[in-house]
Design a protein around this ligand. Sequence first.
Ligand SMILES: [Zn+2]
Length: 216
Amino acid sequence: MSDERATRDLLVDLLVQFHGRGWVSGTGGGICGPADDGGLLLAPTGVHKELIKPDEFFTVDPSDGHVVRTPERDDLRPSECNAIFCLTHRSRGAWSVVHSHGLSTVLAADLAVDAGADHIAIRDLEMLKGIPGVTNTDVHLVPVIRNTPRERELVDQLETVFADPRFTPAHAVLVRDHGAYIWGDDVMDAKRHTEVYHFLFEATVARRDRHPEARR
Ligand SMILES: [Zn+2]
């Protein structure tokens, strides 16, 4: 089996898993991974992510996001995440990015809104070690950006985040009232970071609920 064939199968498998956890439900969310020709395999938009088949991915050129290969099904359109995934690849070297609509991502971003901050701070959790270069004694900052009417309009804010040295260790960006983008060097790295960050978001939100005085 070619690398790309295996990657397509893995992306489909992950979308089923992530749908089961509520991270890509209601046709929301998305994923990309490396194609054999140096492109990015991109899921289609507006379809049930858990039902996507391995031959239904687009291939885009990550230098500018233009589509270089289309799936045989002619009623599909490339994901709205295209510009963001390509920017994340160019800025962070990520060959795989997950876009989550998980509830914990929205609630975690609310913590930044409550605090009037452009980030959330995650601390005192063993699972922090699942993020490259981060230890369980670090205070890990995850940037939070404003939502926009169209997903591709998030690009300007993402460029600012990627240029901010406070956020160099982060492998995720939260989008208020919307979700998160989480990435890795390859698909399995992105899978790990997606699972780790969802735990970190859930734990941080739950702790804040138990200690509401910490909001002040
Ligand atoms: Zn979205």
